[in-house]
Design a protein around this ligand. Sequence first.
Ligand code: HEC
Length: 462
Amino acid sequence: MGDRLLIAIIAVIHVLINHGLAVGFIPLVTLLEYLGFRKAKQNEVANLEWDNLARRLMTIAFIITTTLGAMTGVGIWLSASLVNPASIGSLIRVFYGAWFVEWIVFVTEVVLIMIYYLSWKKSNVSVEAKSKHIMFGVKLSIASWVTMAIIVSILGFMMDTGSWVENKTFVSGFTNPIYLPQLMFRTPLAALMAGSLALFLTMFLTPNGSDIRRKASRVIALWMLLATPFCAIAAFLYHHKIPTLMIGNLPVAVGTMDFQSWYDLLVYFIFGALFSVLIVAGLTFFKPQIKIPKLLYIIPVLGMLGFAGIFERIREFIRKPYVIGNYMYSNTIRKDEYPLFKRDGLLKYATYSPVHEVTEENQLVAGEQVFLLACSRCHTTNGINSVVEKFETMYSLKEGEKLKPEMMKAYISHIENARYFMPPFPGNEKELDALIVYIKSIQENRVPVEGVQEKGLQLSKN
Ligand code: HEC
């Protein structure tokens, strides 16, 4: 599968749950609970129809966020720090204080979600208890937004470090140019995602043709319609702030190299999906008399989840060749380390490599190490985005035809010019030759590269 895809799957699941069922969802549930409270008749604490709907929506959010949501959150740390320890290390150094605060807020959020969900039924005994309960919902909404607001700064920093590259202070890193536009975009995006999910779920949690279904779905649809203009304006600002060089990566980011020429079509498709969300929300709000079949409400859900998933892929892709903008390449090597590696070779400083210099005898072993260091963050040997297959396709080789070392050498020496999203080759000439020997060998025998977890670690003595 490759490192990139592994992290991407975990992270996209996490962000869909975080935005769709926490950041955007909890304020909406709190709003529905509050409306139930306001609509209570005399000698009632809350209107039970509204209250039950809000509580059931929360049951779903509670179960998913505290299991899959929390696990994938930890999963991002685990996978990203295994794949690229150097970049996580750098980010922790810059954002130590922010991450510490984020952790405290996150623990608070977990405690609050427990209180909010588990004390729901008990809060229906008195007006005081209910008001207090609603306030817990408000606090929980704030806490979940704050954790996102901190993490988004780190995501923005990875795309564009702004003035941090010169003055290296926490404040300059935290207030990077992409931070606010991205936060402004994600906040209404989360509201839209949550609205689509809540609308869909409401169709199944309320009786057919009931008053509560009609009224609650209008409230949710209005919530979505209100979020939309903010989302559109912020999307525009955000796009405007993306560094120009990264915009060049967009076609491959949206559709991969195979489909980059479909870029325009894919963009229409993405906007089409968003438009369908608006149509469903608009009809639900303005024309409640039109009966939309229940299952059609899945369209906004799929549209929003798909949109958010693609947005994350694009964000992660366009910052290439960097993992931290203008500072560290995705292959874990810092920009300012390059001259040293070019001069002395990459293997000389590779702590976990069994060989530190390329010789006639060790070319294959050395080449494998060079591949692991320079290409494996993004390419597999024979799996998805396989380096062999990329070369075969690029040179339009026929079945059984062998790769040609001279052409590969010329290509890799200037790889960053051929494709802006790939970092320059970091090693010396002997290492480049070894890499080519290795790639040619895997073209022939198709042996996948084994990880340390399978092969163990052999350290050389010198
Ligand atoms: C930052 C991630 C990254 C790194 C590091 C990287 N690549 Fe790539 N490479 C890509 C991506 C992404 C593609 C395009 C995948 C797609 O969409 O099909 C690609 C495409 C290629 C292609 C095909 C280019 C074309 O125009 O058809 C070759 C060849 C290639 N890579 C070789 C290498 C080699 C050799 C290394 C190591 C020295 C390397 N890459 C390192 C991300 C990377």
